[in-house]
Design a protein around this ligand. Structure first.
Ligand code: MV4
Length: 498
């Protein structure tokens, strides 16, 4: 069976380039779409052809499915890769593509719909024996009987919007007497945020870990999991550091959670790459939370430990080929950590920062991968999310991976805006992180802006100085200055160039 000859990438930034790189290696031509704000963007230049689809705001460009389908028709693209965000989990878009005879590189709209409703998802997976947080798996209609259930499972309980996800539309209810008012508030919030007032309740699991499993399924009945990612370092449901494998996983727990993840995929006839999210309590119990029916931002850590190119695999599966691996052939090798480099200021409540990047050069060397779409002089458009790059490291062990991440952060040169790089440095140096002893409350519990100013270690200082020399050299276009700096005192070079 042949793969596609042309794929349209309905996204921008680093993920668009990530997908186009896979296309290039597979001999598939890539079509970019872009907004007026992205004329200068690298994904436009990386693609074989590129078409402007509208003004900067997403709802006038990247979210316009009809316009994207029009570009497919015009260019003869046979398939669409939606990346993450934008239209990636939009069942209506998946249906429109199907009707237009264009392949979506992703699951069927039916699977997106089941998992798009948290209540529908819980009902579907329950039949497959997947563990769920104790609660009500249907929309609450009668407040009085819901209150009785809440009493039975015990306060605090969590009221969640069925149409929500990623923490949107969640309310903790600590005391029985607040139940009715909190429930009403949750319903009206859900209605205004999602146009759907369906809410359900769960027992509140305090200070859980967030561990998710990568799954992949083909159209021949094969479903595999590609192990877990630990994603507990989050702030307001925004992940900042992810790693694979999880430092608390045991082979026995991995087996049970992996089986559950495969069953979640089975429950919705899933095809392609997906992620099954679990909460893991302090006592090691795990519960299905939700399934994300797309490729995730943090997919590279899984690629690094398994050696599987998830985007190529998605493309193969979408073209009707079977998975190129089986559960038995998959193995975990080493350890990978990802840091999201976002344009926000950890010293100032992680407030988004905007502006132009005046200096930019990325770390290099063994075990380092940077997925970005950035160069010096580029401005970060205000319309989209503020992730500039993903810094991913791989090493043979978790300890070595943390040390490699520290070197990589030190070598990363990014000036003009505030980023989460110093925050990553804080995490890598923190004892609780180093020991693997943390949960979703890590940032709340341990982070204060003062801790961004830990003095540089000797190793960090040297790595930064070397990167500064290279960057300066590249900028002045003069290799002749390098020997001069090599003979000069390093202390001098550091002072001059940092
Ligand atoms: C929970 C929970 C505790 N108990 N459900 C947040 C995102 C959404 N996917 C579900 N979330 C949670 N659901 C019960 N029954 C705590 C969270 C939660 C959380 C989950 C994963 C990662 C970070 C989190 C941060 C705060 C709360």
């Amino acid at each position: 069976m042949a793969l596609f000859s042309k794929i349209l990438i309905a996204n921008r930034g680093e993920i668009a380039i990530r997908v186009m790189r896979a296309c290039r290696e597979l001999g598939i031509r890539s079509v970019a779409v872009y907004s007026e704000a992205d004329r200068q963007s690298l994904h436009v230049r990386y693609a074989d052809e590129a078409y402007c689809i509208g003004p900067g705001p997403s709802n006038q460009s990247y979210l316009l499915g009809d316009r994207i389908i029009e570009v497919c028709r015009k260019t003869g693209a046979e398939a669409v890769h939606p990346g993450y965000g934008f239209l990636s989990e939009n069942a209506g878009f998946a249906r429109a593509l199907r009707e237009a005879g264009i392949v979506l590189i992703g699951p069927d709209p039916e699977a997106m719909e089941i998992m798009g409703s948290k209540i529908g998802a819980k009902q579907a997976v329950e039949k497959f024996g997947v563990p769920l947080v104790p609660g009500i798996n249907e929309a609450i209609r009668d407040t009085a009987s819901a209150r009785e259930v809440a009493k039975k499972i015990g306060f605090p309980v969590l009221v969640k919007a069925s149409a929500g996800g990623g923490g949107k539309g969640m309310r903790i209810v600590e005391r029985e007497e607040d139940f009715e008012s909190e429930l009403q508030r949750a319903q009206s919030e859900a209605l205004s945020a999602f146009g759907d007032d369906a809410v359900f309740i769960e027992k509140y699991v305090s200070a859980p870990r967030h561990i998710e499993f990568q799954v992949m399924a083909d159209r021949h009945g094969n479903i595999c999991h590609l192990f877990e990612r630990e994603c507990s370092i989050q702030r307001r449901h925004q992940k900042l550091v992810e790693e694979a494998p999880s430092p608390v996983m045991t082979p026995e727990l991995r087996q049970r959670m992996g089986d559950a993840a495969v069953n979640v995929a089975r429950a919705c006839n899933y095809t392609g790459a997906g992620t099954v999210e679990f909460l893991v309590s302090g006592s090691g119990d795990f519960y299905f939370l939700e399934m994300n029916t797309r490729l995730q931002v943090e997919h590279p850590v899984t690629e690094m430990i398994t050696g599987v190119d998830l985007v190529k695999e998605q493309i193969r599966v979408a073209a009707g080929l079977p998975l190129s691996f089986s559960q038995e052939t998959l193995q975990i090798r080493g350890h990978a950590i990802e840091l999201r480099v976002c344009a926000e200021d950890p010293a100032n409540g992680f407030l988004p920062d905007i502006g132009r990047i005046t200096e930019y050069s990325i770390p290099k060397g063994p075990g380092i991968r940077v997925d970005d779409a950035m160069e010096s002089g580029l401005e970060i458009p205000v319309f989209y999310d503020n992730m500039i790059a993903k810094l991913i490291v791989w090493a043979g062990s978790r300890d070595e991976a943390m040390e490699r991440m520290q070197r990589a952060i030190a070598e990363y040169r990014l000036k003009g805006i505030a980023t989460t790089l110093p925050f990553g440095r804080f995490v890598m140096a923190h004892e609780a992180f180093r020991e693997g002893n943390f949960d979703t409350s890590f940032i709340e519990r341990y982070f204060t802006p003062e801790q961004l100013h830990l003095p540089l270690t000797e190793a960090e200082e040297e790595a930064a100085a070397f990167a500064a020399v290279l960057a300066w050299n590249a900028e002045t276009q003069s290799a002749a200055v390098l020997p001069a700096l090599q003979t000069a005192n390093w202390q001098q070079a550091r002072k001059q160039l940092r």
